[in-house]
Design a protein around this ligand. Structure first.
Ligand SMILES: Nc1ncnc2c1ncn2[C@@H]1O[C@H](COP(=O)(O)OP(=O)(O)OP(=O)(O)O)[C@@H](O)[C@H]1O
Ligand SMILES: [Mg+2]
Length: 295
């Protein structure tokens, strides 16, 4: 197996992921939605027990339910938390079910290196690794990040034959994962949902939408991260306004614009001999434009 297929592989539960997840705004709601959808798939034996307990038979619908696909699509603009959330979901599922797990991240960047013909075999390798890792007490997660690079709709004219067959392989593999009966789950993250092949979309249990932070979320983000500065409510409001769509040609700052650009730059300008101030934060925001929206 070539080393390049996986960005990395992580054992779960993972304390670093847990700590990172704790800072994510809006994580809990999204997680509950996913968990509610997956819990039926994740524990088919418990589902049969439930049916027997209440109805003394295995309800016919149960075989239908367990035939659903363990596929979750995370869609939304750049820097809205898809990758960090996918890792967080996997870690949390393992914790909630008191199991162990394994997270494989498929590296889709190979496409950019002109390795069209290898896409199909990469998908094959990824899924066979997934199958090897999945066990009764061990959940295996596959994160196909930037999935539009691999799952692009086959109706695109410019698509190479090899790429089309990679999408077909991917669909077959998603179908085959059902045989693992809840021991393997696939996440696909994309900022171009409309490029994703219809057959893949149709198979997803949930399409979860990720957006840039709204006013309440921006305020929470600044409050949480700048807690020690003891800013007033009015100052927090101002920081939120400065990063809003209204102040920025309709597209506000993304989570990563704020966390990975604005705050580090403001800190860099204060460190090492000055404290971080509200004025400096405002100045920094006005110098950093929101990243362009991906449509
Ligand atoms: N909900 C959130 N709350 C707080 N911080 C967040 C949130 N979402 C994202 N971030 C911050 O933004 C950074 C970028 O997030 P991430 O890489 O997951 O975005 P993405 O949606 O995968 O972007 P891309 O489409 O470019 O891959 C994270 O490291 C984190 O610091
Ligand atoms: Mg990402």
């Amino acid at each position: 197996m070539p080393l390049s297929i996986f960005d990395n592989t992580l054992e779960l539960p993972n304390i670093e992921i847990k700590e990172r997840t704790a800072h994510l705004i809006g994580f809990e709601n999204k997680y509950q939605r996913i968990f509610n959808n997956l819990k039926i798939l994740l524990d088919p034996e418990e589902l049969i027990k439930w049916s027997n307990k209440f109805y003394k038979i295995e309800l016919p619908i149960i075989s239908q339910l367990t035939n659903r696909y363990p596929l979750i699509i995370l869609a939304g603009d750049a820097g809205t938390g898809k990758t960090v959330s996918a890792e967080g979901f996997a870690d949390r599922i393992v914790r909630d079910l008191k199991k162990e797990g394994f997270l494989l991240k498929l590296n889709t960047r190979v496409r950019g290196e002109g390795l069209h013909g290898q896409m199909g075999s990469l998908v094959n390798d990824a899924f066979s690794e997934l199958k090897t890792q999945a066990g009764k007490k061990r959940l295996a997660f596959l994160l196909i990040d930037e999935a539009d690079a691999i799952a692009t709709t086959r109706s695109t004219l410019q698509m190479h034959q090899e790429e089309k067959s990679a999408v077909n392989t991917l669909i077959q593999k998603i179908d085959a994962v059902r045989e693992l009966k809840g021991r393997a789950i696939i996440f696909m993250a994309t900022n171009r949902l409309h490029f994703i092949d219809e057959a893949i979309l149709r198979r997803s249990a949930v399409v979860l939408e990720f957006k840039r932070p709204n006013e309440i979320e921006r305020k929470e983000l600044f409050e949480k991260n700048l807690h020690a500065l003891k800013l007033t409510a009015k100052q927090i409001q101002k920081l939120s306004d400065l990063t809003s769509p209204e102040e920025n040609n309709k597209v506000g700052h993304s989570y990563s614009d704020i966390i990975l650009k604005i705050l580090p730059e403001a800190i860099a300008m204060s460190f090492p001999d000055k404290p971080l101030t509200f004025e400096l934060l405002c100045e920094t925001i006005s110098n950093i434009k929101p990243s362009p929206e991906i449509i």
